[in-house]
Design a protein around this ligand. Structure first.
Ligand code: ZN
Length: 203
């Protein structure tokens, strides 16, 4: 199982971190060990002093494929949820400054949070997909799939030009504006529409 992540897929988030809006998708990966297993507590990592949440729509791949054209891409994912791409922002800033890879800031154990999956078709049939994150009961991020720079189909087709897609692979499709810090004791709650998909306390 592979975990693909998309960087800078919402213009307002690219701007808040001082990044240019990309001309093609920014793709990075997390290993399988990055996934926080269900019913497992999340602990604040020792190597950061600036842990950021990034709430994202997450697709699950349902069919093996490579070199997909965009008009076929929709057949290759069928489940959707929200998740968090946790980021050690202080480490990431250092790595970016040195032009080094992001893994130590983004791909560490249990840095990927997943909500409960829902059938994609049901969510999409109601129009644009809205999602949000609350921190201690206050909304800190709110996104709309319409604001993505690269659509789900564009992302899936693009990724498949480089990496084979396999059943069960996950695609974190990028975060909207409003990323920020969390500390021990904070409770993060992810919503797809009005439905709660996960709740997580930072231990
Ligand atoms: Zn992200």
């Amino acid at each position: 199982m592979k975990i693909f992540c998309v960087g800078r897929n919402y213009a307002d988030h690219a701007k808040e971190l001082g990044n240019a809006v990309p001309e093609e998708p920014v793709i990075f990966m997390k290993p399988k060990s990055a996934l926080l297993p269900a019913q497992t507590p999340f602990h604040y990592p020792a190597f950061t002093n600036e842990l950021h949440y990034e709430v994202e729509l997450v697709l699950q791949v349902c069919k093996n494929g490579r070199y997909l054209p965009a008009d076929q891409a929709h057949k290759y994912y069928d489940q959707l949820t929200v998740g968090i791409d946790f980021t050690a922002r202080d480490l990431q800033a250092e790595l970016k400054k040195k032009g080094l890879p992001w893994e130590k800031a983004k791909a560490w154990d249990q840095s990927a949070i997943l909500g409960t999956f829902k059938p994609f078709a049901v969510q999409a049939s109601a129009g644009p997909i809205v999602f949000s994150l609350q921190k201690n009961g206050q909304t800190v991020q709110a996104g709309n799939s319409q604001d993505m720079i690269f659509s789900f189909d564009h992302l899936v087709a693009h990724i498949s030009q480089y990496f084979s897609l396999n059943i069960g692979d996950l695609i974190y499709t990028g975060t909207p504006a409003g990323v920020g810090e969390c500390v021990v004791g904070d409770v993060l709650t992810g919503f797809l529409g009005d439905e709660k998909m996960f709740e997580l306390e930072i231990k």
